[in-house]
Design a protein around this ligand. Structure first.
Ligand SMILES: C[S@@+](CC[C@H](N)C(=O)[O-])C[C@H]1O[C@@H](n2cnc3c(N)ncnc32)[C@H](O)[C@@H]1O
Length: 284
């Protein structure tokens, strides 16, 4: 199979089913050296903290809930894992955990794979779109104990997100948990509170990036993409994401909650929150 060609035709926001298979890979196919990849992962984490000041607290809540609900040796799905920040924290905090980490971006996965490797067989990297039901094939029919995601599912259109939640309702074992950390709009009935929370968030971000040493996403992105090692992946990455506009719809808290309840999760609530930055937990 030619992995990149397989994914090239995916309509990012589409929910259409496909016969295409996801690409499951090990550490060795990254063009980056482990040392270089670790530097770029650290820089990713720093710039993301400018947008999400409590990012580590949010990670901690997710990891602790996974361990509390699922025990010391869970199989965890990291959805839209990017360069592997959350996967890294799960591996470090839960030595018995295994992770299946999925993302569509070959550049960010190049960091993840080289920086973290396969963690002695504990991580499987999957290059696939969550908008395509075939990403589930990477699990080989196994149920998972937990599914997690951070700063990512707002990329999915409503029908794709609801479809993903239905898939999670089927794949997360009974008694398992789904945890999603992201900015989620307040309900319409709390519009005033939501607007104030959003204004505070914007001000914090502005202050964070006012520091001279602070790099923002655009600066990170531009310098990273200029690495000669990545030249062969750039065109494919851009093709996969070309339909993404600058301003996108994003699901609010109520929609996430309703979608998860409809998908068969029996308890859904906020377990961690900083303004509109929440971790929503769903118990299967
Ligand atoms: C802001 S990054 C977050 C990465 C990581 N979870 C973190 O917290 O640092 C959003 C991620 O969503 C991924 N993504 C967007 N659409 C996707 C899709 N349809 N399928 C899989 N991953 C997707 C992007 O490639 C990117 O890695």
């Amino acid at each position: 199979m030619a992995p990149f060609a397989v994914l090239a035709g995916i309509a990012y926001a589409s929910c259409e089913s496909s016969q295409e298979e996801p690409v499951t890979t090990s550490a060795i196919d990254s063009p980056l050296s482990p040392e270089l990849a670790r530097q770029w992962l650290e820089r990713w984490d720093r710039q993301q903290e400018g947008y999400i000041p409590q990012r580590e607290g949010r990670f901690r809540a997710i990891v602790e809930l996974v361990r509390e609900v699922c025990g010391d040796a869970p199989l965890v799905l990291d959805l839209a894992c990017g360069p592997g920040s959350l996967t890294q924290r799960i591996l470090e905090a839960i030595p018995g955990a295994s992770v299946v980490a999925v993302d569509l971006d070959p550049l960010l996965l190049a960091i993840a794979k080289a920086a973290l490797g396969d963690a002695e067989g504990r991580v499987t990297w999957v290059e696939a779109s969550l908008a395509e039901p075939s990403w589930l094939e990477a699990l080989g029919g196994r149920p998972v104990d937990a599914a997690v995601s951070t700063t990512a599912l707002h990329w999915l259109d409503a029908d794709v997100l609801m479809g993903l939640y239905r898939q999670l309702g089927a794949v997360v074992r009974e008694g398992g948990v789904f945890l999603n950390g992201d900015h989620m709009d307040y309900p319409a009935s709390e519009r005033g509170i939501g607007a104030a929370a959003r204004a505070i968030r914007d001000r914090r971000t502005e202050e964070a990036f006012a520091a001279p040493e602070m790099e923002d996403y655009q600066a990170w992105h531009d310098e990273f993409r200029a690495l000669p090692e990545l030249a062969s992946l750039i065109a494919e990455r851009d093709r996969r994401f070309e339909s993404r506009g600058a301003e996108r719809w994003r699901a609010g808290y109520e929609m996430h909650r309703a979608g998860l309840l409809n998908a068969g999760f029996r308890e859904v609530t906020t377990v961690w929150q900083d303004l509109d930055n929440r971790v929503i937990a769903a118990l299967r």
